[in-house]
Ligand binder design. Structure first.
Ligand code: ATP
Length: 237
């Protein structure tokens, strides 16, 4: 049996009196690419924040590799391979591209960091061309590439991606989905949060649909893509 890497059970998260996540349960198994889709404000980002401990959990729980995440700091989780690329990228704007990538590897003590930087440059040749440029001077798409590259430098077991295609040009969106697919094929387990439901489901093994803080549908990605309710609500049909 494949190991469950992430298990979210009955998760509830509130901002003051507002319930943003209302009893969400989902799981991600080793080797999967799972997409969590839903409209703006459905509670997807809040769910990811609860997983990494950046938003307090009101009820329910999150287990990573069979152990509750509660009480663990974000860095503890990174050390154990749970790495998130946040919405809005969060790159260090006054550092160069290479420095940003090295920051992603600062928890590591092995000697393969240079090899991994070269690997990131193979995925994103644009980053190589601009490796001495300050991150803050790059376009949104380039910053997304950098944020993903930096996360890969931590050698994630589970990569959480929050809306990587948001605000990007169509060419850049193609590139980002191509790389997410590639990262998954190379063995990284991925939980992908996206509003671009069609693209996110096309590359996923399974999917969950979130609406107003709840999971309303889930299943194999190809079945969700064919589902008339998904097609009407998220694929513009
Ligand atoms: P988006 O695609 O816009 O990120 P989402 O599905 O990720 O949408 P969340 O960002 O998780 O949704 O937001 C869920 C709900 O919680 C929304 O109603 C939002 O307004 C509310 N919310 C999010 N962050 C906060 C906050 N810091 N304070 C108060 N309410 C918040």
């Amino acid at each position: 049996m494949t190991q469950t890497i992430l298990k979210i059970s009955g998760l509830r998260v509130a901002y003051g009196g507002i319930q943003a996540v209302k009893g969400v349960s989902l799981e991600v198994r080793e080797g999967e690419l799972v997409s969590l889709i839903g409209a703006n404000g459905a509670g997807k980002t809040t769910t990811l924040k609860a997983v990494t401990g950046t938003q307090p959990i009101a009820d329910g729980g999150v287990e990573y590799l069979g152990v509750p995440c509660k009480g663990k700091g974000a860095w503890d989780l990174v050390r154990q391979g749970l790495v998130m690329v946040p919405e809005g990228r969060g790159t260090f704007t006054r550092m160069t591209i290479t420095e940003n990538l090295l920051m992603g590897a600062f928890i590591r003590k092995d000697r393969e960091i240079d090899t991994d930087i070269e690997k990131v440059f193979e995925w994103f040749p644009r980053l190589k061309e601009r490796r001495n440029q300050l991150a803050g001077t790059m376009s949104g798409g380039e910053q997304q590439m950098l944020a993903m590259g930096r996360a890969l430098m931590a050698r994630p077991k589970l990569l959480l991606l929050d809306e990587p295609s948001m605000g990007l040009s169509p060419i850049m969106v193609d590139k980002i989905f191509e790389v997410v697919n590639d990262i998954h094929r190379q063995g990284v387990t991925v939980l992908l949060v996206e509003q671009n439901a069609s693209r996110a489901l096309q590359i996923a093994n399974r999917g969950y649909v979130m609406e107003s803080g709840e999971i309303t549908m889930d299943g194999p990605a190809d079945q969700l893509l064919k589902d008339p309710r998904v097609r009407a609500a998220y694929l513009g049909e």
